[in-house]
Design a protein around this ligand. Structure first.
Ligand code: 5BU
Length: 263
């Protein structure tokens, strides 16, 4: 049962090298917190990352909300990732035919494959979307994908069959060296201990926003929903003291994980 296993033990089951690296990083850093930095200005993002860097295992970006994007910005992000030892995930949610996602991943303004260790991807187009992403990376052996099997927002159209078929795609022998994990909301989706469950929609002080987002507490995300890594956005970024907020979420999430594997 992967929910009872330590991240160290699970690193031996990972088929994707980046997943293995991430399991080990989480164990060493004692963090299963991913922070979503959904801010429009480069300066504000870098300022935030300098404060939260010590507490996170993954920094999640939406590069297309940045108004003053430039190449130096991603160089600075990569330097901070090395300094504080976290991975960078671009939450691009690729969802097109292979040829298109290959260009979206490797080319265009953002050249995501050059700086993001991890990306998110919809399973909707099927195997071609993964082949396209592999094709868009110069060397995909140090890159990984999180496949969406479920979403956090109320009213989303994903059903049980879609989730099940997504897991079949993820476990397909030709993809499993590239799939680092699964984005989902319940503990029964991920059974393979080598895959990492990423769960967004986590906040301490709110249960929803005005645009259909639904939140659970750090404890519920880890112990009831089966998250290995929880994604926290506005719970941290809207806090008056982001460093203290990041530390608080990190402590709560890590304790919940420790209690999950011990119980
Ligand atoms: P929030 O501020 O904690 O609500 O931000 C959540 C982040 O996670 C945000 O960047 C979303 O795009 C992302 N997200 C999500 O909220 N729910 C999902 O199912 C997926 C991604 Br997939």
């Amino acid at each position: 049962n992967r929910l009872k296993m330590s991240f160290e033990a699970r690193s031996n089951h990972a088929r994707c090298p980046v997943a293995k690296r991430l399991f080990q990083l989480m164990a060493v850093k004692k963090s299963n917190l991913c922070i979503a930095v959904d801010l429009p200005k480069v300066g504000a993002i870098l300022d935030l990352v300098m404060k939260i860097g010590p507490h996170i295992c993954v920094l999640k970006t939406h590069i297309d909300v940045v108004e003053d994007f430039n190449e130096n910005f991603v160089h600075s992000l990569v330097a901070l990732a090395e300094k504080y030892n976290f991975l960078i995930m671009e939450d691009r949610k690729f969802a097109d035919i292979g040829n298109t996602v290959s260009m979206q991943y490797g080319h265009g303004l953002y050249k995501i494959s050059q700086w993001a260790d991890l990306v998110t991807c919809h399973s909707l187009p099927g195997k071609g979307v993964l082949d396209g992403l592999k094709n868009g990376a110069v060397d995909y052996s140090n890159k990984g994908v999180f496949l969406l099997a479920e979403m956090s927002c109320r009213g989303n159209l994903i059903n049980e069959k879609y989730t099940k078929d997504t897991m079949e795609l993820a476990m397909d022998g030709s993809n499993n060296d590239f799939i680092a994990g699964i984005v989902c909301q319940n503990p029964h989706v991920v059974t393979n201990p080598g895959l990492i469950q990423l769960t967004p929609g986590v906040q301490i002080s709110n249960t929803s926003d005005e645009l259909s987002q639904q939140y659970s507490s750090p404890q519920s995300a880890i112990k009831e929903k089966g998250a290995d890594i929880a994604v926290v956005g506005r719970g941290v970024t809207n806090s008056p003291n982001v460093a203290a907020a990041a530390e608080e979420y990190r402590d709560q999430l890590w304790s919940a994980y420790c209690s999950r594997i011990e119980s």
